[in-house]
Design a protein around this ligand. Structure first.
Ligand SMILES: *Cc1c(COP(=O)(O)O)cnc(C)c1O
Length: 360
């Protein structure tokens, strides 16, 4: 059977060379006579995987030693709670910018824990934009500011973080981490569920500024303590070892692509193919996101009628372009084109869009 172009938002397509590598060493990992899933997480083989993954991530993002990388469980959704449990103390206020469904979920978890201020909200235009600097109203001295860097469902993406200078910025980057170079020094903490741009589900990558590790309340249950995970190099308990192994392979593959500047160029070209098909369709395809905030990871658009969208999805699937259905809060079509989506997949989709329009 042939592999399809899988535009699923997450779990998402993985690089073919990564899958092939995993397949080739599945039965006997580096001469251990067992698969990596069967190896002890305390073995030197597994420790090497964790260390390699951390150093590759640091290298790719050109991160300083002021940051620690953690591999945790519970998905980004656990981080929605762990962040305020850790950093939102009595008498303090955390600021949230709600630019989409996941941002709202993060906000709702924080509300359960302490005082939260919405610094900006884009719901009035169904989250088709990122708020402007003038629109953002911070509280007098927020203990942190939480944002979602890429809004997976709506297809918008932050392009500039300068409005957060001198604030402790915490970002959910689940759907755009490593889509291009990033100045990590602008962030206090970054987290990302792996299943979109990093690997399979089961592991959440956290990048935390080390000074914050000294302020973790010791009364927190152990599994919610970033400092304990850091002291134990993400081996406090049994980690999701296969997922971490896969993330490491994806990071090696990204390095082989030529680093993140190159990766960004490829992603921009890929997304431009689909955005061009939208913009040149004389209104047949209508993009959801305002142009200046268009995501290079999730492209969202509508067709003139719902019936036509159904036909579009069915015909696309018959050509091996699958999982293009948009989320119900936007409707229409969503093409998730993370790092692992080959250029060819985007070319095929753009060509299909032009052909489909012509045939209506
Ligand atoms: C998918 C997604 C999540 C949810 O992640 P889980 O790992 O399933 O908890 C959170 N935030 C963003 C931006 C996402 O795209």
């Amino acid at each position: 059977m042939e592999r399809v172009f899988n535009f699923n938002p997450g779990p998402a397509t993985l690089p073919l060379p990564v899958l092939e590598k995993a397949q080739s060493e599945l039965l006997n990992y580096k001469g251990t006579g067992m698969s990596v899933m069967e190896v002890s997480h305390r073995s030197k083989e597994f420790e090497a995987i964790v260390n390699d993954a951390e150093s590759l991530l640091k290298e790719l993002l050109q991160m300083s030693d002021d940051y620690k990388v953690l591999f945790l469980q519970g998905g980004a959704s656990t981080q929605f709670a762990m962040v305020p449990l850790t950093f939102l103390k009595e008498g303090e206020t955390a600021d949230y910018i709600t630019t989409g469904s996941f941002a709202e979920k993060a906000y709702k978890e924080a509300v359960k824990i302490g005082q939260v201020h919405i610094a900006a909200n884009t719901k009035d235009t169904n989250h088709n934009r990122i708020p402007s600097a003038e629109e953002i109203k911070f509280s007098p001295s927020p203990c942190y500011v939480h944002i979602t860097s890429n809004n997976t469902i709506f297809g918008t993406q932050w392009k500039d973080y300068s409005v957060f200078n001198n604030l402790d910025l915490i970002a959910d980057m689940s759907s755009d981490i490593l889509c291009g170079p990033l100045d990590v020094s602008k962030f206090a903490l970054i987290y990302a569920g792996a299943q979109k741009n990093l690997g399979p589900s089961g592991v959440t990558v956290v990048i935390i500024r080390k000074d914050l590790l000294e302020k973790i309340p010791s009364a927190l249950p152990s599994m919610f303590r970033y400092d304990l995970h850091a002291e134990n190099n993400s081996l406090y308990n049994t980690p999701p070892s296969f997922s971490i192994y896969m993330v490491n392979l994806v990071l090696e593959w990204l390095k082989g692509q030529g680093g993140l500047a190159k990766v960004k160029e490829i992603n921009e070209n890929k997304s431009a193919l689909i955005y061009e098909a939208i913009d040149q369709s004389e209104g047949f395809y209508r993009g959801h996101a305002e142009k200046e905030f268009r995501s290079i990871m999730n492209v969202t658009f509508r067709l003139p009628e719902e019936e036509m969208e159904k036909k579009f999805l069915a015909e696309a699937a018959s050509k091996g372009l699958v999982n293009l259905k948009g989320h119900r809060s936007v409707g229409g079509i969503r093409a998730s084109i993370y790092n692992a989506m080959p250029v060819e997949g985007c070319e095929k989709l753009a060509a299909f869009m032009k052909e489909f329009k012509k045939n209506q």
